[in-house]
Design a protein around this ligand. Structure first.
Ligand code: ATP
Length: 355
């Protein structure tokens, strides 16, 4: 809106807080915002102008969101960044989860610090084409709690967008905190007009998580951010049968490890069974999971990623699951989703080899 967003409690016929007559017109008489509007500086916010200049060298901006915490949003953001960088894209990963920054650990960058140059704050680099920025790099002690109110968090988000020198990027992936809070509004407002491609929403399959995803989808619709799609993470627990332990429960409730006996038996009777992948549902998806929710809300479903202990380990170690032969169930699932994203959005055009 040309004259700024009208506050909800403004008088009728409000001229808008950015208007030259803000706080001074007849309609402003008795308005609770009159004083602020009359004295606040007018014109475009200089920070937004600076952000637009920074973002001019970033071709695509992707937000990664989730309704709930702990559903795997940062894991997905990290692996998406690794996957795009492995395809030779120039990638930036910005962690705006200010109270729980897990991106430095998931990218293997714990203990690193941000450096400043005359161009701005320099991201921390995993590879020359994968730069990372997070408040985690600024904390003197990783156990330090960040207890900040909204305005301070918003100030840092603005600063990240304004002061980080990314250089030319094909992708800036923004890992947001869970929910639809101050930080989300702040990111969207700061990036407004800079061409955000859209949001990827990560969820787990059970209703408790999907209820919040519906809110997230509605938030995106309200603020005009396209939903690129929804990823259902931890859909089921899948891993090679040889990674399982087999236990026998006694009548007294005690467990005895019989793994060796089971393997010996399998080896003798049906050795091909040792190559099986065993899966079981951990979270209830009888409500139709993310697929049904996507159909109902008219947003794309991107795919399912199983709960894979090896993916958890890759995240703990700060490594790419694609460079790791152990992630036999999660890496192909993530790859399928990422390739689909690249293809449906025409992003392969960015590469000269069209990979
Ligand atoms: N598919 C998966 N298989 C195994 N472990 C996973 C999977 N996805 C995520 N995890 C693990 O679950 C934990 C939570 O994941 P993560 O931190 O990515 O969630 P989040 O949604 O970003 O949480 P928050 O928003 O609270 O930061 C991490 O230990 C992560 O490694």
């Amino acid at each position: 809106m040309e004259n700024g967003d009208i506050p909800e409690d403004a008088n009728e016929h409000c001229p808008g807080p950015q208007s030259e007559s803000a706080g001074k017109s007849d309609a402003c008489e008795g308005c609770p915002n009159q004083q602020i509007c009359a004295t606040a500086p007018k014109g475009p916010d200089p920070d937004l102008v600076a952000i637009a200049e920074r973002m001019a060298t970033v071709k695509h901006k992707i937000l990664v969101l989730s309704g709930k915490g702990g559903v795997g949003k940062s894991t997905f953001s990290a692996q998406l960044a690794f996957a795009l960088a492995e395809r030779d894209f120039q990638v930036g990963l910005l962690d705006v989860d200010i109270c729980g920054p897990s991106i430095p650990k998931m990218l293997g960058l714990e203990g690193q610090e941000i450096h400043q140059s005359n161009l701005g704050w320099s991201p921390v680099y995993v590879e020359s084409n994968l730069g990372v920025m997070s408040i985690g790099f600024m904390l003197p002690n990783p156990d330090e709690a960040v207890i900040w109110r909204g305005p301070r968090k918003n100030g840092l988000i603005k600063q990240f967008l304004k002061d980080v020198y990314w250089g030319e990027l094909d992708f800036l992936i923004v890992d947001a905190p869970p929910g639809t809070s101050d930080e989300h509004i702040s990111i969207v407002q700061c990036l407004d007009g800079t061409g955000v491609d859209g949001a990827i929403i990560v969820t787990t399959p059970q209703q408790v998580s999907l209820i919040d995803v519906r809110k997230e989808v509605n938030f995106c619709k309200k603020v005009g951010v396209k939903v690129l799609g929804v990823v259902e993470n931890m859909s089921s627990l899948c891993q090679p049968i040889t990674d399982f332990k087999f236990m026998k429960m006694s009548d007294e409730g005690e467990q005895k490890d019989v793994t060796q006996w089971v393997w010996e038996y399998m080896k003798e009777k049906a050795p091909e069974m040792l190559n099986l992948i065993a899966c079981t549902e951990v979270f209830d998806s009888s409500g139709g999971g993310a697929v049904k929710m996507c159909n109902e809300m008219g947003v794309p479903f991107l795919g399912k990623v199983p709960l894979d202990p090896q993916l958890c380990k890759a995240a703990e170690d700060g490594t790419s699951c694609f460079a790791n032969k152990d992630c036999v169930v999660s890496a192909p699932a993530l790859k399928k989703i990422i390739v689909q994203l690249i293809e449906t959005n025409g992003w392969s055009m960015l590469l000269s080899n069209g990979a």
